[in-house]
Design a protein around this ligand. Sequence first.
Ligand code: PLP
Length: 399
Amino acid sequence: MIKLNEHYTEIGNNYLFAEITKRVKEYKEKHPDKIVISLGIGDVTQAIVPAVIEAIHKATDEMANPKTLRGYAPYEGYDFLIDAILKHDFLERGIAIEADEIFVSDGAKSDTGNIGDILGYENQIAITDPAYPVYVDTNKMNGREIELLPCTPENHFVPAFPAKTADVIYLCYPNNPTGTVLTKEQLKKWVDYALEHQSLILFDAAYEAFISQPNIPHSIYEIEGAQKVAIEFRSFSKTAGFTGMRAGYTIVPKALTAQTSKGETLSLNMMWKRRQSTKFNGTAYIVQRGAEAIFTPDGQKQIRRVINYYMENAKIIKRSLEALGLVTYGGVNAPYIWVQTPNHISSWEFFDLLLNKGQVVGTPGSGFGQAGEGFFRFTAFGNRKSTLEAVERIKKMFS
Ligand code: PLP
């Protein structure tokens, strides 16, 4: 008889985006003449930059020749990409990470989801609320106990320490969905907590490239002691339009250890390498060559232009909503604008209102957790024309 991992029955059916798609489809069927604009799901709209495209073409040509063909890739990534990441993202920022602490992957979703493979099921987990749903769902899949840490205007979106001592803590800054950040001093408090309680911080820095203000850490390793307590996840998805290409990386410092039930101390770096070499196929050579090109001077200039374009969208959305008297958060160091719904209507009521009256789609905050109820997320990843059109429609709705 086949026995199910019953924890899978405890997680929802990926309800959020399925429900959005369903409601939009129903609306379009009833109103075929109306054009709906989406500032919802958060996928990118701008083309991959020329430096990356050129590198991909070149790598593709290499595959056409048996002399330059590349077969199975190293599980942890090619040296050329690891060296570029190391130099640009860490050494140039004064962070002493080593090459064998970097694991190239197919993106932060896989790594934030799979990291639980090497962590015991009895770990007490703390996750900020609202949050990127992968953290809660993957821990539920393994039956772990989770404490949610509400992030609301009342605590300025800075989570309080958990009531029950946490073994593993998920932090995501700049945050999806709230768009808020932690200062160095605020993040240091969490690193100190982890050092004191021997906890592990899983730090999701997928949006670090969108930080515009000083004193906001781009990496948790800017905080002293963090290499003893933190794993960091990075993504090329939003930084360089890689949502369809698939690439990211994870830092697992060699200083990080965990205990077995027999009291042995083992390296998490070694365990993650073991996990990846068994279960992960590696990121495609062509894609890794594309990712390497992000770090060239041309690549950097080009992706910065695209990031600035998205952040100009964020400014437009934030300014327009505030001009209507709506209360917004985020949108300065992150491509997400988190809006308090007017008159305290529910997130889904606001969704229906925007869709029916303005034909604009966003994401109901309650889909990211209980503390997201009464909020709504807009993304800055649209193109300029539809972003401007969306805010015009919202203005009309409210006037
Ligand atoms: N982490 C956060 C906070 C995200 O918002 C996302 C994507 O939306 C991811 C990770 C996934 O990134 P990737 O596309 O690299 O898998």
